[in-house]
Design a protein around this ligand. Structure first.
Ligand code: ADP
Ligand code: MG
Length: 716
């Protein structure tokens, strides 16, 4: 008997070889096949011949092949395969470039369904389609009922993305999915009744059937936009389960007994004293929310989100002071060694008079030094431990870890966050991110966190002026830097790679093929230091340098001893030197928008007007130019992030696969943002006020189906 969890190899019409191809694509069970939805549909209810089409429209034409064969273009000698569809009065010329392989496939007498743009054929008259999608239909029915026939014509026909380099075609998916549906004859609906009714959603069984084989009369535009009732139901279902899982986790976290911190007048006095400036309103609000969480007897799980330069560090530092004053230890995890060091100096400077011991657990320290630092942490003599992921190592123990602070959260995997939290009993957790995450992504990635948003920059900041310029204008850009540095400011110059020929791991949109022609930090440094700016002190910073050298260089830049710092994206996150006013990025088109925004955020931190110069290569395309124009137009990180998400897609956006972003089968974060918001609201409501039996039933369902689908999010 076939059921939803039947392995694909046991489904009629699949077999060993096809099963392997499906499995490689992550399609393992009958259920997976049912959720492999068509990406578009063709209306073949009314047969359309070549006589029915107009130039300029997108159409599906079904007609017999009159003639087929290779055309040889006079110019260039490109091989084109042509199939003439229709009859001698009305015909459609279908042309495929490099179509030699079609000679063996498309033959006169066959019935072909083609889909594409209809154009006038200027060479031969009549209409043509260039590179249409095609499908050979079965012979005309012989009179008796023919099941296969009914899947191909006379209905709205689903079109599936081919799998296995074309080995598994649309026709295959239609047949096998039809087989499964016939054999199942029905299925349970895990979506709670109340929720379904509230949104008037159709049942899962109907939805699955109609998403593959739409009811006659369904609007093709709805289908293509994934807005038919069947598709809406399936998208909603996917979001709802995810959000319910997150809401349940959040609820559970609220039931855990954690630390109820004291935050009385004396502690508040302490907090005020360490502030070197007046906090912004956004900083005050964020701190108030954090204090409220910390006072509650349940562990805090809060995300502090704020654009670059909004001043998150000081807020985190204040939270740390509350924990320390209550007798607990604080762990601060930063994504890079340089950033950990910077946090360390910042904490030490601002807490200098407090008498706290701040420890830096540096990856580059000697074994003896590390041992000594770990001992201090274990015995509780260090109130704050700052480090990179070295902090989550097994042999780092705390005496009383009460607060975990994670800077630039998107750089870490969910597992690392969890492992650090496990070093305390139920510590409060504050994660910070300067990558403004579009709301949709935030809802899914951090759905189990509360969010504080800092949407304000400290006062007296002038918006950074951003300009893109081609390589040819580099000498003007250099002169600009010269003038700025002469007047006492500092500058960054960022390159895509460290050394010539080195592979650019840091830049995610980069193919290996380009690596050799990339500007390297080392070469650029040599040229700037020796030829362009001999009168200035130029420094070099990149990930491969020994830690002491990085630290020394960073400190020299901080104190102004180094005036121009040449580097790679190691300066991307967190580095804070308010006197720097120019950020010049070479081959800027190689970087993602959000990454460029991060780099730009290194300047504009003081009172002086700052500039960001995006220098582009000669090969820069118009599309590329427009992409960078986003940065010229706006300094708003959220706007840039939304744009980045649109251009690069959710998976690429974070640059890391382990970011905890679930992969959706039906839903699409860009297209279905609004539905995600409903799903979130209804899931929250259901978990809080749903009928208990119903909630328990859904919990059971999620338990059985959760790990495979959303494993990573589940531990987040
Ligand atoms: P980010 O949010 O990017 O981590 P930082 O915490 O590094 O930002 O702060 C950026 C700079 O602004 C630092 O030099 C910090 O000392 C300064 N700063 C933060 N808050 C204020 C404020 N309220 N007024 C003035 N300067 C501030
Ligand atoms: Mg920061």
């Amino acid at each position: 008997m076939l059921n939803l969890s039947t392995a694909v190899r046991f489904i009629r019409g699949v077999g060993e070889a096809r099963a392997k191809i499906l499995e490689n694509r992550g399609i393992l069970t009958a259920e997976d096949l049912l959720y492999y939805l068509p990406y578009r549909y063709e209306d073949r209810t009314r047969l359309r011949g070549p006589e029915d089409v107009r130039a300029g429209e997108q159409a599906t034409v079904i007609a017999p092949v009159l003639r087929a064969g290779m055309l040889s273009m006079r110019r260039g000698g490109m091989k084109i395969f042509r199939a003439e569809l229709g009859d001698t009065k009305h015909w459609l010329n279908c042309k495929w470039f490099h179509g030699g392989y079609l000679e063996r496939i498309i033959k006169p007498g066959q019935i072909l369904a083609v889909h594409g743009n209809v154009e006038l054929d200027l060479y031969e008259g009549g209409f043509q389609m260039v590179q249409p999608q095609y499908e050979i239909l079965p012979e005309a029915p012989t009179g008796e009922h023919d099941a296969a026939q009914s899947l191909e014509v006379g209905r709205i026909v689903p079109v599936y993305e081919h799998v296995g380099g074309g080995k598994l075609t649309s026709r295959f998916f239609r047949k096998v999915i039809h087989t499964i549906l016939e054999s199942l004859g029905g299925m349970d609906d895990p979506l709670p009744c109340a929720v379904r009714q509230q949104l008037a959603l159709i049942s899962r069984w109907e939805a699955i059937r109609h998403a593959h084989f739409p009811l006659p009369g369904t609007r093709l535009t709805d289908l293509d936009q994934f807005r038919s009732p069947a598709q809406v139901r399936l998208i909603f279902e996917e979001f709802f389960f995810l959000e319910t899982g997150l809401a349940l986790k959040k609820k559970k976290a609220r039931e855990i007994e954690g630390i109820a911190y004291r935050a009385d007048a004396q502690i508040r006095e302490c907090l005020k004293k360490i502030l070197p400036f007046h906090p912004t309103k956004a900083q005050k609000n964020a701190l108030a929310e954090i204090v409220q969480d910390m006072r509650s007897p349940h562990p805090m799980h809060r995300l502090l989100q704020g654009d670059v330069g909004s001043g998150k560090t000081i807020v985190a530092l204040q939270a740390a002071v509350i924990a320390i004053e209550n007798g607990y230890q604080v762990a601060v995890m930063a994504p890079t060694e340089i950033l950990a060091q910077q946090q360390f100096f910042y904490f030490r400077r601002l807490l200098a008079r407090s008498g706290y011991h701040i420890a830096l657990l540096s990856g580059s320290a000697t074994a003896g030094e590390k041992k000594a630092v770990k001992k201090l942490i274990k015995e509780g003599l260090a109130q704050v431990a700052i480090g990179t992921h070295a902090l989550v190592e097994g042999n780092v123990e705390f005496k009383a870890l009460g607060l975990v602070i994670i800077d630039e959260q998107h750089r870490f995997g969910v597992m690392q966050r969890l492992r650090l939290m496990q070093k305390g009993k139920y510590p409060d957790t504050l994660v910070m991110t300067a990558t403004p995450i579009p709301r949709t992504l935030a809802l899914t990635m951090y759905g189990d966190l509360d969010v504080s948003l800092m949407d304000e920059l400290p006062p007296n900041r002038l918006p950074i002026v951003t300009r893109q310029a081609p390589e040819e204008a580099i000498s003007q850009a250099n002169e600009f830097i010269r003038a700025e540095v002469k007047s006492g400011a500092q500058a960054y110059v960022v390159c895509p790679v460290i050394e010539d020929g080195s592979e650019a791991k840091s830049s995610t949109i980069l193919g290996k093929a380009f690596a050799a022609e990339l500007k390297s930090a080392v070469k650029t440094y040599e040229s700037l230091a020796n030829e362009v700016f001999p009168e200035f002190r130029v420094g070099l910073l990149h990930g491969k340098l020994p830690a002491e050298e990085k630290e020394r260089t960073m400190q020299q830049f901080q104190t102004g001893e180094i005036q121009i710092l040449v580097g790679t994206t190691v300066v991307e996150v967190g580095v804070d030197v308010p006197n720097a006013t120019v950020m010049m990025i070479l081959q800027a088109e190689r970087f993602g928008l959000s990454q460029l925004h991060q780099l730009r955020g290194r300047v504009g931190r003081g009172k002086r007007q700052s500039h960001c110069l995006l220098i582009t290569s000669r090969q820069q395309t118009e599309v590329g130019r427009q992409r960078l124009a986003t940065l010229e137009r706006t300094n708003n990180g959220f706007e840039i992030a939304e744009m980045d998400l649109k251009l690069r897609g959710p998976g690429e956006f974070m640059g890391v696969r382990q970011s905890g972003l679930p992969t959706f089968r039906v839903a699409n974060l860009l297209r279905d943002q609004e539905m995600l918001e409903w799903a979130r609201r209804l899931a929250q409501e259901f978990v809080d006020t749903g009928e208990r039996g119903e909630v328990a039933k859904l919990v059971q369902y999620l338990k059985e189906n959760w790990n495979r689908r959303y494993g990573l999010v589940a531990v987040g």
